[in-house]
Write a protein that binds this ligand. Structure first.
Ligand code: ZN
Ligand code: ZN
Length: 364
C-alpha cells in the first residue's frame, strides 16, 4: 500500500486555527482522542492537546514518551510534548494569558469541566464548542480517500474469497470469522466495527449480532453481511445481502426494491445536495413499494477515523454534501416473516456526483 497519497496532518492545525475566532475562542483544548489523532498523528490512549493561535502542546503520560515523539515527528507537526500524569499544570502553563479557552463540549465530563474552571484555567472563560473537529474531519483529502478506498478494496476482496462458503452450512459466527480472517489476510488492521452476519429471520433485525444459527437453515433466505476493514485507522463500510437457496417472490421483490432505492440514493449524491434529500430519494422508492414502515433507520453516514462520522444522511439532517465527504448509502427493508435486505455502498462526493469506493457485485 505504499502508493497511497500522503496525509497532510500539519495542514489540519492551520485549518483549526482559522476556525477559532468563529468559535469565540483563543485556544481549544482537544480531549477527544480521535481528534487528537487527526491533528497530531498520535494514537495513544491518553492525551490532551491544547491548540492556541501560535502553539500546540500535547500532554500524555510516561507510557507514551517514545511513541508520542515518534508519531508527531512522522506527522511533521509542530507540537510540543509534555509528559505528566496530571495534565493540569502543563495545560495551565500552555494557556497562560489566554482569556477564552474552548472545550469540546461533547467530550468533556462535567467533573473535568468543573476542575478546569475552578483550578487549571481559573483566570479564563471556558467556551463550550460543538462539532468543530467533526466538521473539519468530514472533508477528506486525497490521502484519506486513498485509505478509505484501500480499506473498501480489502473488504471487497475478502467477501469474494469466502462468499461461496455461504452454502456450506456454517453458522453466522463461523462465517464472520472466515470473513474477518480474509480481511486480515488482505491487510486490514482489524474489522472496522462488529461484523454483522444475519441470516433468515435474524436479518430482519438491522443490527443483529452473529449467532450460532446455521446459514440456510430454512432453505431460501437472505444473509445480510455488513462489515468493513481498516487501513491507517480509516474505516470502510459496506453491506451485501446475498441469497442462500431459492428466494420467494416477496423476497425477490424486497431485493429489487432495496437495490433500486440504493441506486437512486447514490445517483442523488453530489456536492451541494442536502443529505436529507438523499434520504428522501431512497425512502420514496421503498414507500412506493408499500414498505415505508419497514425502513426504520437513516440512509447513511460519513466514514473516516471512526465508523460513524459527519455528515448524516437522514430525514432530520441539516447537513449539505461537499466535495471530499465520504458517506454510505444504505437503505433497507426488514420484514420478520421474510428476513432483511440492506445494500450499502461507500462513496466519495465529487462536484458533479460521487465515485463508488465499494465495488463488490450486488449478487453472487
Ligand atoms: Zn455498514
Ligand atoms: Zn454504515
Amino acid at each position: 500500500m505504499s502508493d497511497l497519497a500522503p496525509i497532510d496532518v500539519g495542514a489540519r492545525l492551520a485549518r483549526l486555527r482559522e476556525r477559532l475566532p468563529e468559535e469565540a475562542c483563543d485556544a481549544l483544548v482537544v480531549t477527544d482522542l480521535v481528534n487528537v489523532r487527526y491533528l497530531t498523528g498520535f494514537t495513544g490512549s491518553n492525551a490532551t492537546l491544547l491548540v492556541t493561535a501560535d502553539d500546540a502542546t500535547l500532554v500524555t503520560d510516561g507510557r507514551y514518551r517514545t511513541q508520542s515523539t515518534e508519531q508527531l515527528e512522522a506527522s511533521g507537526v509542530d507540537v510540543a510534548v509534555t509528559i505528566a500524569n496530571d495534565p493540569g499544570p502543563a495545560l495551565a502553563d500552555a494557556a497562560r494569558g489566554i482569556t477564552r479557552v474552548g472545550l469540546e463540549a461533547d467530550d468533556v465530563a462535567w467533573a473535568t469541566q468543573r476542575r478546569w474552571s475552578i483550578d487549571t484555567f481559573s483566570w479564563a472563560h471556558l467556551v463550550p464548542t460543538e462539532g468543530v473537529l467533526l466538521g473539519l474531519r468530514s472533508v477528506k483529502d486525497d490521502g484519506e480517500v486513498d485509505r478509505l478506498e484501500a480499506a473498501s478494496d480489502i473488504a471487497d476482496a475478502a467477501l469474494a474469497d469466502v462468499v461461496d462458503r455461504l452454502d456450506d452450512g456454517l453458522t453466522e459466527q463461523a462465517f464472520r470469522r472466515l470473513l474477518e480472517d480474509a480481511m486480515a489476510d488482505h491487510g486490514s488492521e482489524g474489522p472496522s466495527f462488529e461484523t454483522i452476519v444475519a441470516s433468515g429471520p435474524n436479518g430482519a433485525k438491522p443490527h443483529a449480532r452473529p449467532s450460532d444459527r446455521v446459514i440456510g437453515a430454512t432453505g431460501g433466505e437472505f444473509v445480510v453481511i455488513d462489515f468493513g476493514a481498516t487501513v491507517d485507522g480509516y474505516h470502510s463500510d459496506m453491506t451485501r445481502t446475498l441469497a442462500v437457496g431459492d428466494l420467494s417472490e416477496t423476497q425477490e421483490r424486497m431485493f429489487d426494491v432495496v437495490r433500486r432505492s440504493q441506486a437512486t440514493g447514490v445517483d442523488r449524491v453530489a456536492a451541494g445536495v442536502r443529505c436529507k434529500s438523499v434520504d428522501d430519494a431512497c425512502r420514496q422508492v421503498i414507500e412506493d413499494a408499500g414498505w415505508g414502515d419497514a425502513f426504520a433507520h437513516g440512509t447513511g453516514h460519513g466514514i473516516g477515523l471512526v465508523i460513524h462520522e459527519s455528515p448524516r444522511l437522514s430525514s432530520v439532517s441539516n447537513d449539505v454534501l461537499a466535495p471530499g465527504h465520504c458517506v454510505t448509502v444504505e437503505p433497507g427493508v426488514y420484514l420478520p416473516d421474510h428476513g432483511g435486505v440492506r445494500v450499502e455502498d461507500s462513496v466519495v462526493v465529487t462536484a458533479g456526483g460521487c465515485r463508488l469506493l465499494t465495488k463488490a457485485p450486488y449478487t453472487r
